[in-house]
Design a protein around this ligand. Structure first.
Ligand SMILES: [Zn+2]
Length: 264
């Protein structure tokens, strides 16, 4: 409602009246309203004033304790956990389709479907090689991958995380290889970055970036494992092309691989 129905955020008092009606039917506690930050003054004119009115107008909404998830978590203990429904997305009215095929907002974007199909297969290969390699050191590759965010954020040393996850007996050379493999996994996730799938045109910089991430993920994984991705998998990218310019995804992919090899 906040993001997709502009009328709902025209008047702060009316908005709060609607919200209060909904909240009074609930059990109380924390109520979360999630919206895109760009909405306020960028996507919708004057909504920065709307937001300022709600949060700073003083008397009107004194009984509301405004907070945000990070702060709430610091002040309250967690007693239940929820799992995200997969796949789910923050998107247009067409839900997860926006990020993998042509939808009503991106008519003519028929490059998305073959690119998504091809990327899913390439990601499958990357994951298979990741699991095969890292399983030589520890027992839960996906828990290790998830915890790697701490290393990525500079909060933990890779060697400490490896030890924590049960790995022992790893040399400096092993550590370097695992470091490269985790970089490959980061790029493997970036293949699916939303800006690459948001727009209509394939020749834009954003989809090219996603293809470059895919190529770099493959290149790093090949370097570490010594395995080669099959040409059939890369060939599936040839189906992805720009109608106007004729630009093909396999060309972008191969050029990135060549550049990586030359710069190594
Ligand atoms: Zn859409």
């Amino acid at each position: 409602m906040v993001s997709f129905i502009p009328e709902s955020t025209v008047n702060g008092d009316r908005f709060m009246h609607t919200i209060r009606e909904k909240i009074s039917q609930d059990e109380g506690g924390l109520n979360v309203i999630a919206s895109d930050g760009e909405l306020y003054g960028h996507h919708q004119k004057f909504r920065d004033i709307f937001l300022d009115y709600l949060l700073n107008s003083g008397e009107n909404y004194q009984d509301i304790n405004w907070t945000y998830p990070g702060r709430w978590l610091q002040e309250n203990s967690v007693d239940a956990r929820a799992m995200l429904v997969s796949p789910s997305s923050w998107s247009c009215f067409h839900g997860v389709d926006r990020w993998k095929k042509e939808c009503g907002c991106t008519l003519g974007a028929n490059w998305k479907e073959p690119l998504y199909r091809s990327f899913s297969e390439i990601a499958g290969w990357l994951d298979q090689e990741y699991v095969r390699f890292i399983s030589g050191y520890l027992t839960d590759p996906w828990q290790f991958r998830n915890k790697y965010i701490k290393v990525f954020n500079g909060q933990q040393a890779l060697s400490d995380l490896l030890t924590e996850e049960g790995a022992s007996n790893f040399s400096i050379n092993d550590l370097e290889k695992i470091n490269m493999l985790m970089k490959a996994q980061v790029k493997r996730q970036r293949m699916f970055i939303s800006c690459g799938w948001f727009h209509q045109e394939f020749h834009r910089i954003e989809p090219q970036n996603n293809i470059a991430y895919a190529a770099m993920a493959v290149w790093l994984t090949e370097k570490v494992t010594g395995e080669k991705i099959t040409t059939e998998l890369v060939d599936t990218l040839a189906e992805v092309r720009d109608k106007k310019s004729g630009l093909r995804a396999d060309t972008v992919f191969t050029q990135t691989l060549l550049r990586a090899e030359n710069e190594a």
